[in-house]
Design a protein. Structure first.
Length: 55
């Protein structure tokens, strides 16, 4: 698998998980906390995808 694909997959999964976490405490999908955690999750996914692609 190409490094770009791993980074994209990490970004998508990280963004989804980060956006879903605030719904566990009752916040909506489009709340500020959901958007911020989605961005953080996306960045974390990019980082993890990059690290995996370098192995």
């Amino acid at each position: 698998m190409s490094p770009k694909a791993l980074i994209y997959i990490g970004m998508i999964i990280g963004g989804y998980v980060g956006g879903f976490i605030p719904t566990l405490w009752g916040a909506g999908y489009f709340s500020a906390s959901s958007i911020i955690l989605s961005m953080i999750g996306g960045f974390a996914g990019i980082y993890i995808g990059f690290k995996i692609s370098r192995m």
